[in-house]
Design a protein around this ligand. Structure first.
Ligand code: ATP
Length: 430
């Protein structure tokens, strides 16, 4: 199961409207994916889940939503124009390209053992801003979302009540012209990141680094089911960038091994210093109590939304043998992330009173919950479908409902059914 789990999740995603390959009718384009009707609900829930944890529940973190294209100088200051590259080697036999860490001396495609010297490719997507010749400037789609946070740091200080220590959070698209997009949505060319930059006094870096490291692990433990599949990976000292004292990744155990989910980075005063230098603006902060003026230091937490989504699918996919010998596929996905809280089924579609009672229940529940309607085919098939997309509860309106205002509520994981009064439904599914 482990080896083909990724293929199974990919097939399920297509079959049930979670994720589709982009531009499929034209043969697809490597590294780009669309979220379908079920997937978009899940992904929105996932982003809300992060926002709630990182912003809503904290008095000292605020959000922004920045643009994808920024002033091109940003990417000079950040070092991306000169240093943001993928190192790639090419197999001399089949001419496929790989990252050196993926080959282990042997071509994963054809088994060849001879490779070209490694080459570097810049990952930034280039575009133009402006229409008139002579006025056009080269610009770049952001290679990481967090730069907007540094750009807006001073605006946030000047326009809100926040004082250091505080954080700025953002969820947004990033673009990387990856040389080897692979493993479904694990490595794509257009993806979303969830970032938080926490601004602190330099003497408090250790404390806040440890705090966010633990907080972020707590977040992922709340999200996934299989906690043994989570670990910290500490970057070796000799691999750290010059301004970092330490760096940790939160990794998830995928079918192809441990893989990065999120990075917790010690950015020191690097980013604000660089942008101060390149823009000529003073990005220092003055403490209101002590009057001390300094460049704040930063602890960054930077994770991938699409990558987390993929890991969630891997984490929740199960195949179970039923008593009658059939197999069921069930997505035991976190109930806060499931596309729908519940599915509403009229037992039969040709009995007017049952259908209209079911509609009333659908309308009632959809005031406060995302629910889905299905009156097609037999109940068993409807259960199988909802299991595959991870809907936690299925509510069936039947003949007995007309007599005593109760419905059956069936639980996704235990498959147990119980009769519930209509008036108690809201709390039964929440
Ligand atoms: P990797 O080593 O996997 O290329 P990275 O170290 O370059 O990742 P960061 O720049 O730290 O990644 O980005 C933060 C997060 O963004 C990563 O932890 C990952 O979840 C996500 N991410 C980065 N690149 C991609 C990509 N090409 N496709 C999907 N998600 C990505």
């Amino acid at each position: 199961m482990k080896e083909d789990l990724l293929q199974k999740v990919t097939a399920l995603s297509k079959r049930r409207g979670i994720i589709y390959p982009n531009s499929e009718i034209y043969g697809g384009i490597a590294g780009f994916y669309d979220y379908g009707p079920v997937g978009v609900e899940m992904k929105n829930n996932l982003k809300r889940y992060w926002w709630k944890y990182m912003v809503d529940k904290r008095e000292n973190v605020v959000g922004i939503d920045g643009t994808i294209i920024t002033h091109p100088k940003v990417w000079e200051a950040s070092g991306h124009l000169s240093g943001f590259s993928d190192v790639v080697v090419e197999c001399k036999k089949c001419h496929q390209r790989f990252r050196p860490e993926d080959i282990n001396g042997k071509c994963p495609n054809c088994g060849g053992t001879e490779f070209t010297d490694s080459r570097k490719y810049n990952l930034l997507f280039k575009t133009e801003v402006g229409v008139l010749e002579g006025e056009k400037i080269d610009a770049y789609l952001r290679g990481e979302a967090c730069q907007n946070i540094y750009l807006d740091f001073k605006n946030v200080v000047d326009s809100t009540r926040q004082q250091i220590p505080f954080g700025i959070a953002q969820i947004g698209k990033a673009f990387r012209n990856e040389v080897t997009p692979n493993r479904f949505t694990f490595r794509t060319r257009e993806f979303e990141q969830w970032d938080m930059q926490f601004f602190v006094h330099p003497t408090e870096m250790d404390k806040w680094f440890e705090y966010w490291k633990e907080e972020r692990m707590k977040f992922y433990k709340g999200l996934y089911r299989k906690h043994d599949n989570l670990r910290f990976y500490e970057h070796p000292k000799d691999k750290l960038v010059f301004y970092a004292k330490k760096a940790f990744d939160i990794e998830y155990m995928t079918p192809w091994g441990w893989a990065e989910n999120e990075g917790i980075h010690w950015r020191g005063d690097y980013d604000l210093t660089q942008h101060g230098k390149f823009s000529g603006k003073d990005l220092s902060y003055t403490d209101l109590k002590t009057n001390e003026k300094y460049i704040p230091h930063i602890v960054e937490t930077s994770g991938g939304v699409d990558r987390t989504f993929l890991f969630l699918l891997l984490d929740s996919y199960e195949e179970e043998k039923l008593e009658n010998g059939d197999m069921r596929v069930v997505l035991k996905i976190n109930k806060d992330i499931a596309a729908y809280k519940a599915a509403v089924f009229p037992l039969v579609s040709n009995k007017e009173e049952i259908v209209s009672k079911a509609r009333d229940i659908f309308n009632l529940l959809s005031e406060n919950n995302k629910v889905v309607w299905d009156n097609r085919g037999n109940i068993g098939k409807r259960y199988r479908y909802q299991d595959e997309i991870g809907t936690p509860y299925c509510i069936t309106i039947d003949y007995e409902t007309l007599e005593n205002d109760t419905v059956t509520v069936r639980d996704r994981d235990s498959m147990k059914q119980e009769r519930v009064k209509i008036e108690d439904l809201n709390s039964a599914i929440n």
